[in-house]
Design a protein around this ligand. Structure first.
Ligand SMILES: Nc1ncnc2c1ncn2[C@@H]1O[C@H](COP(=O)(O)OP(=O)(O)O)[C@@H](O)[C@H]1O
Ligand SMILES: [Mg+2]
Length: 294
């Protein structure tokens, strides 16, 4: 199967001043296959959001290339590729309050992409599409006439998902989309995302800073540290055989469901100051499992 998304040797450096540059992303490469979920994890400041934004073209990469469905989508794009991308790649944001315009009705928030791309023939069809999508995310068609502040955090995130989903995209980038929600609501939203994926076969780039939900939703995982991808493999491989010390320390912070084991759990600390990732390449240790050496 051909990858849906290919990120090849991506660099994103922000020049802050003449003397100072933030090296947010350094030579990151990974692929996402159609219909799969790729979990991107790493602590705050590791470059996750920057990678998501580079993929969806909010930033122009300072190095490397990005391909979608075999077409190059970094750098200058022609109108047709741009249009294809706006339909097929959508984003769900972390904070559903600040990402939903408070002055717009839910129907207009969800309908915006449809309006721009002209994806309906008349208002009746537009209303039908919006009613359908509201039902799909567990809201009701009557919610279309309401405003974002009339909803709870979990409901707003469902609106965010509906807005992405209504375009029937092939890839959804979900940047910490459940981090602001209560733990019980997190599970509901993740379950909804899984159900939607089973039905629509969309792929997810699921970005998170902790591994607990990532384990549950991801087929493969990439571990990011200081802008470097230090380890990538199937969820099974990463959890059963983490190789990089940073991955081990991340895993040791995942709460366990068994309280007896949880009591004995030890946090593995990781001293990042000993690590110099420059000029290091991911090395394959088994089938699809790669890791940066120390
Ligand atoms: N637009 C920007 N300009 C300058 N520095 C930035 C910008 N965006 C992110 N950074 C810096 O890049 C690093 C990675 O940030 P980010 O991608 O937001 O990490 P994460 O999403 O993993 O928390 C941080 O040091 C951050 O301060
Ligand atoms: Mg972020």
């Amino acid at each position: 199967m051909k990858p849906l998304l290919e990120v090849k040797n991506l660099f994103q450096h922000f020049k802050i001043s003449r003397r100072f540059t933030v090296k947010a992303v350094n030579g990151v490469s990974f692929e996402i296959y159609p219909g799969e979920t790729y979990g991107l994890v790493g602590e705050s400041g590791s470059g996750k959001t920057t990678i998501g934004r580079s993929i969806i073209r909010l930033y122009d990469p300072t190095g490397g290339e990005i391909f979608f469905n075999g077409s190059k989508i970094s750098g200058k794009l022609d109108a047709a590729t741009n249009k294809m991308l706006r339909k097929n790649m959508q984003m769900i944001f972390q904070d559903p309050m600040s990402s939903l315009n408070p002055r717009k009705k839910i129907s207009d928030i969800i309908g915006e992409g449809l309006d721009i791309q002209g994806l309906y023939s008349d208002l009746k069809q537009r209303n039908e599409i919006i009613s359908e999508i509201l039902k799909k995310v567990g809201l009701s068609p009557a919610h279309a006439e309401r405003y974002p502040q009339q909803f709870s955090g979990g409901q707003r995130q469902r609106v965010g998902i509906a807005r992405a989903l209504v375009m029937n995209p092939k890839l959804i980038i979900a940047d910490e989309c459940i981090s602001a929600l209560d733990v019980s609501v997190q599970a509901q939203v993740v379950n909804l995302m899984k159900d939607i994926q089973a039905e629509t076969k969309c792929a997810y780039l699921f970005i998170a800073h902790d591994l607990s939900m990532v384990k549950y939703i991801s087929d493969r995982i990439g571990v990011l540290h200081k802008g470097y991808l230090v380890e990538t493999g199937t969820t099974e491989e990463i959890f059963s055989n983490p190789v990089h010390p940073y991955t081990k320390s991340l895993l040791s912070a995942v709460p366990l469901t068994n309280p007896v084991i949880e009591k004995k759990r030890k946090l593995v600390s990781f001293d990042a100051s000993n690590f110099n990732y420059e000029n290091q390449k991911l090395r394959q240790i088994s089938g699809s499992h790669f890791v940066i050496g120390d």
